[in-house]
Every structure is written in structure tokens, then in C-alpha cells.
Design a protein around this ligand. Structure first.
Ligand code: HEC
Ligand code: HEC
Ligand code: HEC
Ligand code: HEC
Ligand code: HEC
Ligand code: HEC
Length: 250
């Protein structure tokens, strides 16, 4: 009889919906799709006479991959962790690498409030321009994997001239959970490498040896560690159980 217990648990799990799962894991509530991935930057702005700055991930990732900002320009993957100042930006760092009046609007008085707007919903009307992209459940409701692999969007991989081609490392990992009866998670390297650098994850987030990352479990993901570094705020959220645990069905 003992053998029957794990498979019974699995059958039951296969029958419950993502919504039930999400509830049992206490995942944070999701913002409207047009605000998913928006960041309110208020490290120093609030102490000046300017409003906090809002930054939209969907608005920028259609044009640039993550590596441009998080590797080339040095933005941290954590809200309010980067020391961004007006002086640095005028010297071409951070937002100022693009917001220079040529690539994008510059740091001139008429533009201050386009960034310093203190409004998480700023620029929402432009979200409708992305309606034609393939859709997914949760998060921004855009299937970014399909959008980039079908070349419906062609975000720049570098802004420093020259060419950059993503590393061709393609290994798909099957990650067996600590609960033997739960279906494994998949980790496709190729999908990630079309947006990120190896150094976005190795060695700071994940050990480069499979099964070597310590304390790796869903609880830690939910706290914003490991997969949760990106899959709570910018990449599709943890609510989408089936996209990482495909045996749960689509
Ligand atoms: C492209 C977006 C953008 C534009 C345009 C912009 N800022 Fe900022 N600004 C930022 C960001 C991001 C920060 C960092 C905010 C933080 O960490 O709280 C910042 C910080 C500031 C700060 C506080 C930090 C410091 O260095 O003093 C002031 C003051 C400021 N901006 C004034 C202005 C003024 C005045 C204008 C218009 C002439 C302007 N900004 C235009 C994005 C922008
Ligand atoms: C145009 C620049 C840009 C691009 C492209 C970009 N980011 Fe960001 N990202 C930022 C900035 C700016 C912040 C806020 C940093 C800060 O406040 O210190 C941020 C913050 C984050 C955060 C923390 C969010 C939070 O709420 O704490 C994550 C996670 C993240 N980015 C992941 C990604 C991923 C994954 C991609 C690619 C799909 C990406 N970013 C593309 C600029 C960018
Ligand atoms: C890698 C280049 C790049 C970086 C870095 C970048 N942006 Fe942008 N941003 C753009 C481009 C290109 C556009 C669209 C063109 C335009 O509106 O001039 C844009 C548009 C915007 C818009 C939309 C404004 C509107 O009124 O429609 C905001 C707001 C904005 N960026 C804020 C920021 C902030 C804040 C940062 C830094 C935290 C930042 N951007 C960093 C390239 C960049
Ligand atoms: C989005 C995060 C992420 C990125 C980007 C990434 N990796 Fe990984 N990588 C992982 C994870 C997660 C593991 C498994 C770690 C574990 O099980 O402890 C892993 C494991 C590995 C392993 C061990 C595989 C095995 O079977 O033992 C190698 C080798 C590796 N990565 C190389 C790379 C290279 C090369 C790149 C860049 C081309 C890269 N990774 C980019 C997340 C990433
Ligand atoms: C550094 C950021 C980052 C980390 C960490 C990360 N991912 Fe992702 N992941 C992304 C981005 C960006 C995408 C593209 C899709 C999107 O943005 O919604 C993606 C897509 C995926 C996909 C979708 C594949 C498809 O076919 O659409 C899977 C599955 C996935 N990630 C699993 C994982 C797992 C499992 C982990 C932890 C072991 C992990 N990811 C860690 C950023 C990350
Ligand atoms: C971004 C990818 C991702 C998503 C989305 C995701 N998981 Fe996981 N999950 C993982 C990874 C990776 C592991 C394996 C950890 C390990 O190697 O031990 C895991 C492990 C598990 C385990 C085994 C116990 C444990 O903590 O290790 C359970 C149960 C689980 N996930 C349930 C869920 C449920 C329920 C959802 C939806 C609410 C979900 N997962 C969504 C990546 C994901």
C-alpha cells in the first residue's frame, strides 16, 4: 500500500489549479499586466524636490536585453540598490547611457517629469502597442520566450558598438525537488541566455555545478532567492507552476 501514497498525492496535485497552488504558497498579489515589472526608484529622489522615478521593464525589454542594463550598465537586480545620481547620468552612466537626447529623450527641464512621475501606471497607454505579441498567463501576460525566438521583437544585445552573440550553451536541466512525489522543474539554459549573461546567475545566484546550490527550494524561491530573483517581479511569476513543472500539464 505504501507505494500508492506518493502517486495518489501526485494525481491530486495534477488536478488542482494554479490558483489553488498560488494560494497555498502565499505568493504576493500580482499588479495589473501593464504594471508588472515596473519599479519605483526612490533612494534619493524623495529627499529632493523631485518625485520618485518609475521604470518600466516591458517598455525597455522590447528594445534591449537584460544584459545591456544589468551587465553592461551595472544596474542591480534589486529595486533601490543602485546608486544612481543626476551627475552620473549626465556623464553617460545608468539611464544617461541612453537618455542623452539622441537614443532617447535627454536630461533637459521639459523631460524631468517623464522619469520623476511617482506614478506606477505611467505610460500604460503604450502597453496596448504590445497586444499583438504572443500571450501567456500571469505577469505581463506576454510570452517573451516566443516573442524573442520568433523574432517578433529583436532587443539589442549590446549598446557598445561591435557585435554580441549569446553564448550557445544549451543544457536543459531537470531539477528534482526535495519532495520525491512532486514533478521536477526544468531549467532551459538557452532561453535564459538569449536575455542574460552567464554571470547574471553564476556564481552569485547559482553554483555552476548541478545540485550544488544550497538551500534550494520553493520556499526560498518565494522569498526572492534563486529562481525568485527574476520570477517574482520581471520574468513570468511563480504563479505559473506549469511553466517550470511541465508535468503538471499546460
Ligand atoms: C531618464 C530618466 C530621468 C530624467 C529625464 C531625469 N531624472 Fe533625475 N533621477 C533619475 C533617477 C533614476 C534618479 C535616482 C533616483 C533615486 O535613486 O531615488 C534620479 C535622481 C534625481 C535627483 C536626486 C539625486 C541627485 O543626484 O541629486 C534629483 C535632484 C534629480 N534626479 C533631478 C532631476 C531633474 C531636475 C531632472 C530634469 C532636468 C531630472 N532629474 C531628469 C532619472 C531621471
Ligand atoms: C533599460 C534597462 C533595463 C533592462 C533592459 C532590464 N532592466 Fe531590470 N532593472 C533596471 C533598473 C533601472 C532596475 C532598478 C534598479 C535599482 O533600483 O537599483 C531594475 C531592476 C530589476 C529587478 C528588481 C525588481 C524589483 O522589483 O526589485 C529585476 C529582478 C530585474 N531588473 C530583472 C531584469 C530582467 C530579467 C531583465 C530582462 C528580461 C531586465 N531586468 C531588463 C533596468 C533594466
Ligand atoms: C539601454 C538604453 C536605455 C536605458 C539604460 C534607459 N532607457 Fe528609458 N528609454 C529608452 C528608449 C529607447 C526609450 C523610448 C524612446 C523615447 O521615448 O525617447 C525609453 C523610454 C523611457 C520612458 C518612457 C517615457 C515616455 O514619456 O514615454 C521612461 C519613463 C524611461 N525611459 C525611463 C528610464 C529610466 C528611469 C531609466 C534608468 C533607471 C532608463 N529609462 C534607462 C532607453 C533606455
Ligand atoms: C538564469 C540563470 C542562469 C544563467 C543565465 C546561466 N545559468 Fe548555468 N545554471 C543555472 C542553474 C539554476 C543551474 C543548476 C544549479 C544547481 O543545480 O545547483 C546551472 C548549472 C550550470 C552548469 C552545471 C550543469 C550540470 O549539468 O552540472 C553549467 C556548466 C552551467 N550552468 C553553465 C552556464 C553557462 C556557460 C552559462 C552562460 C552561457 C550559464 N550557465 C547561464 C542557472 C543559470
Ligand atoms: C536572472 C533572472 C532569472 C533567473 C534567476 C531565472 N530565470 Fe527563468 N527566465 C528569465 C527570463 C527573463 C525568462 C524569459 C521569459 C519571461 O521573461 O517571462 C525566463 C524564462 C524561463 C522559462 C520559460 C521557458 C519557456 O519555454 O518559455 C522557464 C521554464 C524558466 N525561466 C525557469 C527558471 C527556473 C527553474 C529558474 C531557477 C532555477 C529560473 N528560471 C531562474 C529570467 C530568469
Ligand atoms: C520559475 C520556476 C518555478 C515555478 C514557476 C514554480 N516552481 Fe516549484 N520548483 C522550482 C524548482 C527549481 C524546484 C526544485 C528545487 C530543488 O532543486 O530542490 C521546485 C520545487 C518545487 C516543489 C518541491 C518542494 C521544494 O520546495 O523543493 C514543490 C512542491 C513545488 N516546486 C511547487 C510549486 C508550485 C505549487 C508552483 C506554483 C505556485 C511552483 N512550484 C512554481 C521552480 C519553479
Amino acid at each position: 500500500m505504501f507505494w500508492a501514497i506518493p502517486s495518489l498525492v501526485l494525481v491530486l496535485l495534477l488536478m488542482v489549479s494554479d490558483a489553488v497552488f498560488a494560494e497555498s504558497w502565499n505568493l504576493p498579489p500580482l499588479p495589473p499586466p501593464s504594471q508588472y515589472g515596473n519599479v519605483m526608484i526612490n533612494r534619493s529622489a524623495g529627499k529632493s524636490d523631485r518625485s520618485p522615478v518609475t521604470f518600466s521593464h516591458w517598455g525597455h525589454r522590447v528594445k534591449y536585453t537584460c544584459r545591456v542594463c544589468h551587465s553592461e550598465l551595472g544596474f542591480e537586480m534589486k529595486a533601490n540598490a543602485t546608486e544612481i545620481t543626476e551627475e552620473k547620468m549626465k556623464n553617460g552612466q545608468y539611464c544617461g547611457a541612453c537618455h542623452d537626447g539622441r537614443t532617447a529623450f535627454g536630461h533637459t527641464p521639459e523631460n524631468c517629469d517623464r522619469c520623476h512621475n511617482g506614478n506606477m501606471g505611467y505610460g500604460e497607454e503604450k502597453f496596448r502597442d504590445l497586444e499583438s505579441l504572443p500571450s501567456s498567463r500571469y505577469g505581463s501576460h506576454i510570452d517573451w520566450t516566443e516573442a524573442i525566438s520568433k523574432k517578433l521583437i529583436q532587443p539589442k544585445q549590446t549598446i557598445f558598438g561591435g557585435k554580441y552573440a549569446p553564448d550557445s550553451f544549451r543544457k536543459v536541466l531537470t531539477m528534482e525537488p526535495q519532495w520525491a512525489e512532486f514533478p521536477p522543474a526544468v531549467f532551459p539554459h538557452e532561453v535564459h541566455n538569449s536575455w542574460l549573461d552567464c554571470s547574471s546567475c553564476h556564481p552569485d545566484i547559482f553554483n555552476i555545478k548541478k545540485k550544488a546550490t544550497k538551500h534550494f527550494s520553493m520556499n526560498f524561491n518565494n522569498e526572492g532567492k534563486f529562481c525568485g530573483v527574476c520570477h517574482l517581479s520581471v520574468a513570468f511569476p511563480l504563479n505559473n507552476c506549469k511553466r517550470c513543472h511541465p508535468a503538471l500539464g499546460r
